[in-house]
Design a protein around this ligand. Structure first.
Ligand code: IMO
Ligand code: MG
Length: 428
């Protein structure tokens, strides 16, 4: 099957949006399969910058784009994002965008709950405050409102009652005002005619797409270390972010994801709380943050920065079944005299070659570093290996060796075309 799945191999913000945008001219359909508008994908095309949180990045290239059932959808945000892109000349119609009719909705009460918990918590997760976690809770709790429910006012009313039976005591406990079910019903009724034209059985559409030999590009959000099972729990997001989720979150079956392209930043960043073994608190960390413009697209928070952690990415290669990586932001390392790569961890006198599951151990491990000589030349904008200084090539080779996956691409600036292509994932 000629499909490609793009996922983040670290803690998100690896540059997935740029690679999806770049690959989407080889694809027929682009699909989001998990997460919600907590994602922040930046696409730079010439002098236009597009910032997407919920829409699949394929919309910018005019590719058929699908928000799959695995995504939690804030319908008001969806309309805002459509309007924002419309203002940038990208006209999003139901011919271009499909919303899975069985996707669950994020409602204002989810955002309230997310923010109130974060405000009250001693151990904050550092969420994006957009209601993602509470919406997924209601999904697995079998009380969520789904896109298709917007079609039936009477059923919707009963579903809102059921939902509020759960939320009312929760809100009371957090000191939030009582939620008005009638108001929610009215708001959903108002928005329904704007949302429903996009809704259809996305699994069926995708089944047809694949049977006719067309190519699907799956766009992951967040990263493997934020996966609710495999990440640094509880400092994770509330969905499975690994490549396997592309199947369940779209309805395309286990062969659907195809070639798995892991997006890997040439160093490490994380936004929000939680363990981060190679985090730097010195000038190098500051350099990475400033030169790398490491500020969240969604919340504007400064990202924590550190050296490349090969142990984490090797784990990610296994968890996602990564076939090849796209290494991004190599140019941010330009000019650093010495580079460090984490090749193992020390924990209570023992050496580990993986990230242990327990939070206590994850916080206690110390990185074991290998040092490499940096390069002084600029790699920004390079489009072939011969444009790279020898030490930069050495760095990429060492990364490949340590993580056990080849570089299919190296991205050398946010611009769409500044990419070294080693192999086309659609051709693999
Ligand atoms: P992209 O797709 C980086 C992080 C939040 C927080 C944790 C839980 O741009 O890579 P949530 O709001 O999801 O419940 O927050 O997950 N987080 C991200 N970090 N990039 C993202 O998306 C993220 N989406 C969520 O900062 O630590
Ligand atoms: Mg982000």
């Amino acid at each position: 099957m000629a499909n490609v799945t793009v996922i983040g191999a670290q803690w998100g913000d690896e540059g997935k949006g740029k690679l999806v945008d770049w690959l989407s001219n080889r694809a027929d359909v682009v699909v989001r399969f998990q997460g919600g508008h907590n994602a922040g994908h930046t696409l730079v095309v010439g002098n236009q910058v597009y910032k997407l949180s919920l829409l699949p990045s394929g919309v910018v290239q005019g590719k058929l784009s699908v928000i799959g059932n695995g995504v939690v959808v804030d319908p008001w945000h969806l309309l805002e994002e459509i309007a924002k892109l419309g203002g940038q000349g990208v006209n999003i119609t139901p011919e271009l965008l499909v919303l899975a009719d069985n996707a669950c909705l994020i409602l204002p009460l989810h955002r309230d709950l997310d923010q109130a918990r974060e405000a009250a918590a001693v151990n904050k997760i550092g969420t994006t405050g957009r209601g993602i976690g509470p919406a997924y809770e209601d999904k697995v709790g079998r009380r969520a409102i789904r896109v298709d429910d917007l079609r039936d006012r009477d059923a919707l009313e009963a579903k809102i009652d059921r939902l509020l039976a759960h939320h009312t005591p929760l809100r009371r406990g957090l000191g939030l005002p009582e939620y008005d079910g009638a108001q929610l019903l009215a708001a959903l009724e108002e928005i329904a005619p704007k949302i429903l034209p996009f809704a259809q059985p996305a699994w069926k559409l995708l089944d047809g797409v694949v049977k006719s030999g067309k190519r699907v590009l799956f766009e992951g959000a967040q990263g493997a270390l934020l996966d609710v099972d495999h990440g640094t729990y509880p400092y994770v997001t509330s969905s499975n972010t690994v490549a396997g989720q592309a199947a369940a979150g779209s309805g395309l079956g286990p062969k659907g994801p195809g070639y798995v392209l892991g997006i890997v930043k040439a160093y490490t960043t994380r936004v929000g709380e939680g363990p981060f073994p190679t985090e730097l608190f010195d000038e190098v960390g500051q350099h990475l943050g400033t030169v790398g413009k490491e500020f969240g697209v969604v919340t504007g928070r400064a990202r924590r920065c550190g050296w490349f952690d090969a142990v984490l990415v090797r784990q990610s290669v296994a968890l996602n079944g990564i076939d090849g990586i796209a290494l991004t932001k190599l140019d941010i390392l330009d000019g650093l005299p010495t580079l460090k790569i984490c090749v193992g961890y020390k924990l209570r006198g023992e050496t580990l070659d993986y990230l242990p599951a327990g939070l206590k151990d994850q916080s206690a491990i110390e990185p074991i570093y290998e040092e490499m000589e940096g390069w002084s030349e600029s790699t920004a904008g390079a489009t072939s290996w011969k444009d790279l200084p020898a030490n930069a090539v050495k760095y990429v080779r060492r990364v490949e060796e340590l993580i056990g996956a080849p570089a299919a691409m190296v991205s050398t600036s946010p611009q769409r075309d500044d990419t070294i292509m080693v192999r086309d994932p659609f051709q693999d």
